[in-house]
Design a protein around this ligand. Sequence first.
Ligand SMILES: Nc1ncnc2c1ncn2[C@@H]1O[C@H](COP(=O)(O)OP(=O)(O)OP(=O)(O)O)[C@@H](O)[C@H]1O
Ligand SMILES: [Mg+2]
Length: 228
Amino acid sequence: MSMPIIAMNGISKTYGTGDSAVTAIKEATLKIYSGETVALLGPSGSGKTTLITMIGCITEPTSGKLFLNNELVYDEKWRVSDTRKIRRENIGFIFQAHNLIPFLNVRENVTLVPLMNGISDKEANARARELLEYLGVGEKENKMPSQLSGGQSQRVAIARSLANNPKIILADEPTAALDAQRALSVMQLLKKLSIEQNVAIVVVTHDERMLPLFDRILRVEDGYVREE
Ligand SMILES: Nc1ncnc2c1ncn2[C@@H]1O[C@H](COP(=O)(O)OP(=O)(O)OP(=O)(O)O)[C@@H](O)[C@H]1O
Ligand SMILES: [Mg+2]
């Protein structure tokens, strides 16, 4: 039996304290394996973004245990000195608001994290070109983010999330800003990565048409996570 790349054990998250406290995730226990594609479904406010950002070590849980790539990263508190390093080395993020860095051009947005990880300029640029080409925005490599359409920005953001060869890709409604055809091709690309590169893919989606592309569906309702 292979080891899960993501393991959550009784993870909860409460925002705020006292009367204003909101428990967004309630004792979530789940495992996700390399090469799996997992959809997170659920109504607005049910806790999907909270769950995916805890997996990504962005949101600090309140209790429970979290293992990534077989390493204990949270156990009542962070157990790693630098959560950013864990993110840079293991995880690619794709968010609905694509968060490209406005003062870097397209290629520089994609090479930033690999360069921080110590990859050479030459290698980082070659990889960026290959990914941008693959995603159909190769001719935009020298443009600034403000010069791109919403769909082009999203494809650059996807290229960026893949640039550090992550073991886990986390995507929060990655196709919301895309037309149906582009949305489908983005999901097909993520599916292909999961198969060819054994990457675990977790996607928050509202789009029922995408569901056949996933191996598993987790439903989040009022903070409870259950397998469907
Ligand atoms: N930073 C925060 N501070 C306080 N409460 C928060 C915070 N972030 C989220 N919440 C609350 O936690 C609950 C879950 O929010 P979350 O963003 O995880 O839901 P979601 O399923 O991603 O919703 P949506 O589909 O609308 O994006 C909500 O009740 C929300 O108001
Ligand atoms: Mg959300």
